[in-house]
Ligand binder design. Structure first.
Ligand code: OGA
Ligand code: MN
Length: 218
């Protein structure tokens, strides 16, 4: 894997991303991250799965955290720069954070992210990643790691408008694709998948002291 610390963020691409985030609250960016980096991240997740190192995902934070298999069924592992691939990916997200702050004055302060493996039959029902007034997670990213994804395998990310009255997009989880959306604004769901489906979900957060919140435990 060659060292690849920057995103393919041409001025045109950046403008498109910013315009769509402001106008519509979301953006779908195919081939944002190189195949070689995606393959390295995917191999990591496969190893974690074989080692039993993934954990059942829960819903809510801190004391409200609960395992709710009716809501989501994926298995996760948080990134922490433990491998070269993670370092590269996190460097690319740091660059994106800087660009978002520069253009939109969002005050994004940190980034947290986890791998997620959805096995056959797994899903994540419609939800918001952050609730208004609890301003913490501001911008969500989802990177997909699945080579040769087929349209009839299920597992699409469905993006809804703010009041959930309309489907805005149905996104195939194809390798290298990065989806970016406003965490408080965009309801979304993962439809049941027929094949193993791997993603990296991440959140740019505000500084908790600025947001007036005590940093909750994961
Ligand atoms: C999430 C999420 C979407 C996906 O983890 O909050 O919505 O496509 N993931 O993996
Ligand atoms: Mn989500």
């Amino acid at each position: 894997m060659s060292l690849d610390l920057t995103l393919d963020l041409t001025p045109t691409k950046l403008d498109l991303l910013l315009d769509n985030l402001v106008e519509h609250g979301w953006f779908e960016w195919p081939n944002a991250v190189s195949d070689s980096l995606c393959e390295a991240l995917l191999a990591e997740v496969e190893t974690y799965d074989e080692e039993g190192a993934l954990q059942r995902a829960g819903v809510g934070r801190g004391e409200l955290h609960q395992l709710n298999r009716d809501v989501r069924r994926d298995q996760i592992k948080w990134l922490n720069s433990r491998t070269a691939a993670q370092v590269q990916y996190l460097a690319q997200m740091a660059e994106l954070q800087m660009q978002l702050n520069r253009a939109l004055f969002l005050g994004l302060f940190e980034y947290e992210s986890h791998f997620a493996l959805y096995k056959k039959g797994d899903f994540y029902k419609k939800h918001l990643d952050s609730f208004r007034g609890n301003a913490n997670r501001m911008v969500t990213t989802v990177l997909y790691l699945n080579p040769n994804w087929q349209a009839d395998w299920g597992g699409e990310l469905v993006i809804y408008n703010e009041d959930s009255s309309q489907t805005l997009a149905t996104v195939l989880p194809e390798m290298g694709k990065l989806v970016v959306f406003m965490s408080e604004q965009i309801p979304h769901e993962v439809l049941p998948t027929l094949h193993p489906r791997v993603s990296v979900a991440g959140w740019f957060r505000l500084n908790n002291s600025i947001a007036g919140n005590i940093d909750p435990a994961r």
